[in-house]
Design a protein around this ligand. Structure first.
Ligand code: ADP
Ligand code: ADP
Ligand code: ZN
Ligand code: ZN
Length: 748
């Protein structure tokens, strides 16, 4: 026996004095409805304490540069070892961060090339795009150069007076337009197609500092190309407003570098081969193909290095990522893919007695791949590690040596351990989780009739193989297929291009999320202020965070954020108002006995009963309906998980009709019980006249679809085709569809 992690009296967030022992060197799975307190226990208590202990081992001088974790709210925490958190935080980073660098496969591949490639270059640095000896000087190792799409800049069939200059800021009669139209250089009624070479050169490229006179002002003339590069092109598209970004993306295209053809390396490196392939070609191969290629290289001198590389690639395949290439930029990976890439790094490690903490590692995985993921978790345990997993999928819960089920419900109705013990014990425990383990949604047999069709023809984005498909309007369509089969490419890439009115409900955080909370995001705050003002016969502005009624030290946030360079900010409760956000005077005003601060602390489900004002109650009911009743009205959006943000956005759409909605794995973070509620919501949206298209692996959701489109058959270049389209019951009987096989296997 290796003892256990002992937690006594844990009280983070909604935890109600939780005490439990978690066995070491075992797999413990934490279950429970969303908001029951799983994260508060696993991340807020165990992981936080581990981080704090690790930080304390650094010298005081280093500690001042590290995030400060407060002691988690618990009586005692014993026997906690170093914890490694493998979460869904996307792998940010610049374009030099790739699957190869993140998994350390880049390093191994370079060593192999430096030993075996012909002609022989010397050292591994000659194969690195981060090394001056290896990189392509034209693109500085990025593999791409920004180029302008002239068809998005000018329309040659028009004259300047007819609006030949296309960017929005250059509309006829605008200031920017006048710079060209009134420069005196051009005939404003002459179509651009009739311009001489010199005129075109002047319009597009002239940049010699020449002055022109406009409305009595002296201006420097600048051709369209340098002007757009300077004004728009210099902006970072990630940080600008959506309409500027759209304009940017219309005009600037990142094109493959003509010199290295995207290989990022100089000619010497690209000309050095193993069995006819350069290191850039190897990096562009699908990982599953590269693994086979590496295995075929016979070179005893670097045998151990080849074996280590092949093993690392195999792990990527096992974890369902064989369709990625090593040169794929890590910033383009989804949350689930990022988590699994990080996992591969740890699978290669020989550390033991580490506590690994996973946050729903099966996100984005087809049922077909979940079994292999479970196998890797068991390997980690068998190396002598403690594995803690927050999960909702029955197949993942089934591998637990020990289950901790939180509940009974969410928010202040949760926060307790309702069951702990074996998986078999869970099945007969009578808890919500236990009861749901063997229940399934029935296959839909009488689907809705479509009101029309959305047509996609000849799609070729990423791995799509000249794919054409019709998606029915006015019904619930579920798109299935293994990870990497092309679901996102089709639904999030191609569909919105063909139908720009498509609304994608994603997991991204709105900007300014510190100031935004549940109440501000849903727009109920104005009405709440008015209700307070009316009840107390005072000005509504008094209850606003930027009024003189707000606490002067935290400006109505209740907490103080201390930004630390490169690290998560430190959050502390404001000492002046003790987290109450407003001055004593404002807090004295009551609405049916509650202060404005009490209202911020209220959970949505309680607020539904408290607010009799119809405009407020209706929106709150929508939040409760999407399963977010446990959020407090003042909870900052920055504390919400991706799945919660997505459902918050979904709630905002309820009550609208006639839209096309796209959701990517909306069951992320949802307990089986909450999935039933979500399906009910989709039905409501569709019944109100909208088209709902959902990418999902959850077979309960698939079962309730009016129409299923299954992509595949495999991932990457083995995918990109429609394997099946039809009703869920027909899918279960389909001989070739992997999704169909799993539908059939899980029984009724
Ligand atoms: P789960 O992981 O089971 O979904 P959580 O531990 O995230 O549950 O949440 C438990 C409760 O604590 C919920 O009511 C949630 O709204 C609340 N909560 C979680 N994080 C915060 C936070 N940073 N600030 C305030 N309340 C929080
Ligand atoms: P799914 O949504 O079914 O998991 P994707 O549409 O994300 O599949 O991926 C399909 C294929 O396209 C995969 O081979 C993937 O590696 C590739 N792909 C997806 N996004 C990108 C991207 N931004 N850059 C390069 N390749 C991509
Ligand atoms: Zn280049
Ligand atoms: Zn304050």
């Amino acid at each position: 026996m290796y003892g256990s992690i002992k937690i006594r009296g844990a009280r983070e967030n909604n935890l109600k004095n939780v005490s439990l022992d978690i066995p070491k060197r075992k797999i413990t799975v934490f279950t429970g409805v969303s908001g029951s307190g799983k994260s508060s226990l696993v991340f807020g208590t165990i992981a936080a304490e581990s981080q704090r202990l690790i930080n304390e081992t650094y010298p005081a001088f280093v500690q001042q540069f590290m995030p400060h974790y407060g002691q988690p709210d618990a009586e005692s925490l014993e026997n906690i070892s170093a914890a490694i958190i493998v979460d869904q935080q996307r792998l940010g980073g610049n374009s030099r961060s790739t699957v190869a660098t993140v998994t350390d496969a880049a390093q191994m591949l370079r060593v192999v090339f430096s030993r075996l490639a012909e002609p022989h270059l010397g050292s591994p640095g000659f194969y690195s795009y981060n090394d001056p000896r290896g990189l392509c000087s034209e693109c500085e190792g990025i593999g791409q150069v920004a180029s302008m799409d002239m068809d998005a800049v000018i329309d040659k069939s028009k004259s300047l007076n007819e609006g030949a200059i296309l960017p929005k800021d250059y509309a006829v009669d605008s200031w920017y337009w006048a710079i060209y139209a009134r420069s005196g250089f051009f005939d404003v009624d002459k179509k651009l197609s009739k311009y001489t070479k010199e005129e075109m050169e002047k319009l597009l490229h002239l940049d010699d500092g020449r002055k022109i006179k406009l409305d009595k002002m002296n201006l420097t003339y600048e051709g369209l190309v340098p002007k757009l590069r300077r004004t728009l092109g210099a902006k970072d598209p990630e940080t600008v407003q959506p309409h500027v970004r759209a304009e940017y993306e219309r005009i600037f295209t990142r094109a493959t570098c003509p010199s290295c053809k995207g290989g990022r390396l100089n000619q010497a490196a690209l000309g050095s081969h193993i069995q006819g392939k350069s290191i850039a070609e190897c990096s562009a191969m699908q990982v599953s193909d590269l693994a086979a290629f590496v295995r075929k290289i016979a070179a005893p001198s670097v045998g151990p290095m080849l074996e280590a590389l092949a093993h690392r690639l195999d792990n990527l395949v096992t974890i369902g990522l064989g369709y990625l290439s090593l040169d794929r930029e890590s910033s383009t990976l989804s949350g689930g893919e990022s988590q699994r890439v990080k996992m591969v790094r740890h699978l290669g490690s020989s550390l033991t007695d580490v506590t690994y903490i996973f946050d729903e590692p099966s996100v984005g995985l087809h049922p077909h791949d979940v079994g292999r993921l479970a196998g890797l978790m068991q390997q980690l345990r068998d190396k002598g590690n403690t594995v803690l997993i927050v999960e909702h999928k029955p197949d993942m819960i089934a591998i637990a040596d020990h289950v901790v089920d939180m509940g009974p419900k969410a928010g202040n109705k949760g926060g307790q351990v309702v069951f702990e013990g074996t998986y078999e014990g869970l099945l007969t425990s009578g808890t919500l989780t236990g009861n749901h383990m063997k229940k399934h949604q029935p296959l839909k047999t009488t689907p809705r009739k479509p009101t029309g069709q959305l047509q996609i023809k000849g799609a070729r984005l990423n791995n799509l193989q000249d794919l054409s498909v019709s998606i029915p309007r006015g019904v619930l369509t579920v798109v299935t297929g293994v990870a990497g089969s092309g679901k996102s490419s089709l639904i999030q890439g191609c569909l919105p291009k063909a139908y720009p009115e498509t609304i994608i409900i994603d997991q991204n955080l709105a900007r300014g999320s510190r100031r935004s909370n549940t109440a501000t995001y849903t727009g109920i705050l104005d009405n709440v202020r008015k209700a307070f003002a009316k009840a107390n016969k005072v000005d509504a502005a008094l209850f606003s965070a930027n009024s003189k009624g707000a606490c002067p030290d935290c400006s109505g946030l209740g907490v103080i954020y201390t930004d630390l360079a490169h690290l998560d900010p430190m959050v502390t409760v404001c000492e002046t108002c003790e987290g109450k956000r407003f001055t004593e005077e404002v807090l004295a005003h009551r609405l049916r006995g509650k202060s404005i601060s009490d209202v911020y602390e209220m959970a949505v489900s309680d607020a539904v009963a408290f607010f009799t004002e119809p405009a407020i109650a209706k929106i709150l009911q929508g939040l409760d309906d999407v399963g977010l009743g446990y959020l407090t009205l003042g909870q900052p959006l920055s504390t919400l998980s991706g799945g919660e943000r997505q459902r918050l956005k979904l709630a905002a759409e309820l009550g609208r009709s006639g839209n096309i909605y796209v959701l990517d794995e909306p069951t992320t973070g949802l307990h089986m019980n909450d999935v039933d509620t979500l399906i009910g919501l989709f039905d409501r949206l569709v019944d109100a006249g909208s088209t709902v298209i959902v990418i999902e692996h959850n077979l309960d959701v698939v079962s309730r679809a009016d129409w299923v489109i299954d992509l595949g058959p495999g991932a990457g270049h083995e995918g990109g085709q429609v394997v099946f389209e039809g009703l869920p019951a027909q899918l279960a009987a389909h001989p070739r569809s992997l999704t169909g096989q799993h539908m059939a296997r899980r029984g009724k």
